[in-house]
Design a protein around this ligand. Structure first.
Ligand SMILES: O=C(O)CCC(=O)C(=O)O
Length: 226
């Protein structure tokens, strides 16, 4: 995989049983859910497609408008990809690195996102953008709201793969207290409706080695952006 993990060796702080959790749903808010282990039946079909997308649009470090290089490696697939540079945050149909359209969203990605949205109570989710975040140990994502989409009617569907992370799920104001939600391989978080604009982020990734993905966490975030 282009965000190359080291060879899987041990599970670090996490026992194998953590990776084989039974599917269940947790409530984060009125219209926000964690679907534990939801993607386990999908990963065998999904990971080879992810490799293909990343071969066409490799991870890269992008710069924020404030001039900071993000610690997370970014790529995208689908009609629109989220980008950031000195000029701002936006969606673009063109990969600014290759100057070509982003790779198409694999059908299995779209189906997983649609099924997860439905399981969380959102019918007819039709994502046109999949942002792919690569966290190596130490990488993090600061608290933010997702506001670059054209409208906020569609939910956000966020799939975790690889190493565990602590997801912060806050309120409508940056200063609101955040819930700390451990996310494991194949967990999916869905939030929309009254929860659509809640602040969220990810604490610095702890080191470890995941048996399938190695020394990294990959997050796929599906949105309807255009
Ligand atoms: O990595 C995650 O779980 C969250 C990613 C995220 O917040 C985003 O892409 O906006």
């Amino acid at each position: 995989m282009p965000c190359n993990p080291d060879a899987p060796a041990n599970l670090g702080l996490f026992a194998e049983s953590d990776l084989l959790q039974p599917a269940r749903t947790e409530v984060l808010g009125p219209q926000a859910r964690v679907l534990r282990g939801f993607a386990l039946p999908w990963t065998e079909r999904l990971l080879p497609r992810l490799d293909e997308v990343l071969a066409a649009a490799p991870f890269r470090q992008m710069m924020t408008p404030g001039g900071h290089t993000m610690s997370v490696g970014l790529s995208s697939c689908g009609a629109l990809g989220w980008t950031t540079d000195r000029h701002g945050y936006r969606y673009s149909a063109i990969d600014p690195q290759s100057l070509r359209p982003w790779p198409a969203m694999p059908e299995v990605f779209r189906q997983l996102a649609e099924h997860a949205a439905q399981a969380a109570g959102f019918n007819d989710f039709n994502p046109d953008s999949c942002l792919i975040n690569c966290y190596r140990p130490g990488a993090k994502m600061s608290l933010h709201q997702d506001r670059n989409e054209r409208d906020f009617n569609a939910p956000i569907v966020s799939l975790s793969l690889g190493l565990p992370a602590i997801f912060l799920f806050g309120g409508q104001q940056r200063s609101d207290k955040s819930q700390r939600v451990p996310l494991l391989h194949a967990d999916v978080v869905v939030w929309g409706g009254v929860d659509r604009l809640r602040y969220h982020g990810v604490l610095p990734l702890k080191d470890g080695t995941h048996p399938e993905l190695g020394r990294q966490r990959i997050n796929l975030t599906f949105r309807h952006a255009g």
